[in-house]
Ligand binder design. Structure first.
Ligand code: NIG
Ligand code: FE
Length: 411
């Protein structure tokens, strides 16, 4: 089956040479496009593309994209979309002056979500997560990483990971699962959290691995949550069971999370609102993707991660949504793209690399998605009629996506 997308006003983020696995430093500003282009899909993969005047051949199906641009779909490498309840009451508490940490200390925050999530059935959680997945798909997300972490007991964590497994089976999206048992410290473990860490290591990780439920292992390594020592123990155990680390680091404080992530070969370290020069130095030469979560900093009014400085010092940067009920109740990657430009001063080209190729890297799939390259999955979006690719980050808050194709099929 061959599908031709023809008369594309501009085909964005193509790779004509050898595809890159990630873009770093100055490379982030490089982005190739082809004006008045075609894109040919065969058997779910990108077969060919080029200027319209160079097209000759036949296809089983044609899609006319006159006036519209085609982009690769977004990759969202950091989400927590399996949860039961929204938390708008805490949102109001924050407006009235409480901090995220103060809410967490009195049993709100992650523990609030864990309570509601424990009470929900696997089917209910699946239905809620499925709706969230459908919503972000409509807004152009084609690949997504999903964490557990609102279970915080062996039984509940397994329930969440089984929901993610069902999402993987049913959805045409590229999905990776991440075990985040070390997301919060349950009330009954306060004051002796090492016992909870023991539970994660001795009971949860072996059971998660036995069912093959997690691609990654994550720890919330931050002030008031898990220490560097806790994190090291958990990562060592996860690695023994074949899970690659991804870390929540440096959201509240310079926590040591970046260093411990790099030391254990994390595929990404995420948040990074609190970064010193030592953290930037430590990332240089590593395989770890620094990942910024603009929605979380926006929602919590946190200081901004020094993304510009990281890129200027030669590092790659990825930007993901952090879609979750407590710190970023939106999975809209178009908005993340806009915030990358508006708040972090990335150029549109850098912001696109940050939300597609580099997030694909941060979930280990940049060899198959993240750009328009021959042989990659035919995962792309067709915009509404619009003037230029810069319009995509510029017109924030508006849905500019008209159609989404995954594996060459319209969804
Ligand atoms: O990535 N920082 C830790 N975890 C989530 C927030 C979870 C919550 O508040 O429910 C985050 O921001
Ligand atoms: Fe998160």
């Amino acid at each position: 089956m061959r599908t031709l997308i023809k008369n594309i006003k501009e085909l964005v983020q193509v790779e004509t040479g050898q595809p890159k696995l990630r873009a770093m430093g100055k490379e982030m500003a490089q982005m190739e496009t082809i004006k008045d282009a075609y894109l040919l899909v065969e058997d779910g993969k990108i077969k060919d593309f080029g200027p319209m005047r160079g097209w000759s051949g036949c296809a089983d199906r044609e899609v006319d994209a006159t006036g519209r641009l085609v982009f690769p779909t977004f990759c969202d490498s950091h989400t927590h979309i399996v949860y039961a309840n929204s938390r708008e009451h805490e949102f109001v508490d924050k407006i009235r002056g409480l901090s995220y940490e103060e809410i967490a200390k009195r049993g709100g925050g992650i523990l609030n979500s864990a309570k509601a999530t424990a009470a929900a059935s696997e089917d209910e959680l699946y239905d809620m997560a499925w709706r969230r997945l459908e919503d972000v798909l409509r807004m152009g997300t084609g690949a997504i990483e999903i964490k557990s972490g609102y279970g915080l007991s062996t039984e509940s964590e397994l329930k969440l990971l089984r929901v993610i497994r069902r999402l993987k089976e049913k959805s045409p999206m590229t999905i990776k699962s991440n075990f985040l048992g070390a997301h919060g410290i349950p009330m009954e473990y306060r004051g002796h959290q090492e016992d909870y860490v023991d539970l994660v290591i001795n009971e949860m990780i072996p059971k998660v691995a036995a069912e093959g439920l997690a691609d990654f292992i994550d720890v919330f390594c931050d002030q008031g949550f898990f220490t560097v020592a806790d994190t090291e123990r958990i990562l060592e155990a996860g690695i023994r069971y074949g899970m690659r680390p991804k870390i929540h680091a440096n959201e509240m404080a310079v926590s040591g999370g970046v260093q411990v992530g790099v030391k254990y070969g994390a595929i990404s370290v995420d948040h990074l609102e609190q970064m010193g020069d030592a953290e930037i130095e430590c990332l240089k030469g590593s395989d770890t993707m620094p990942t910024v979560l603009p929605g979380c900093a926006f929602f919590l009014n946190l200081p901004l991660s020094p993304a510009r400085k990281m890129i200027d010092s030669g590092l790659p940067v990825a930007m993901a949504s952090d879609y979750n009920p407590g710190t970023s109740p939106s999975g809209n990657m178009q908005l993340v793209l806009s915030m990358a430009c508006i708040r972090y001063r990335l150029t549109p080209e850098e912001a696109l690399n940050a939300t597609t190729l580099n997030t694909a890297y941060a979930m280990g799939v940049s060899n198959e998605v993240g750009t328009i390259a021959v042989g990659k999955k035919a995962n792309f979006l067709v915009t509404k009629p619009m003037p230029s690719y810069e319009y995509m980050p510029y017109a924030y808050g508006e849905n500019k996506v008209e159609r989404v194709f995954l594996n060459g099929v319209e969804v």
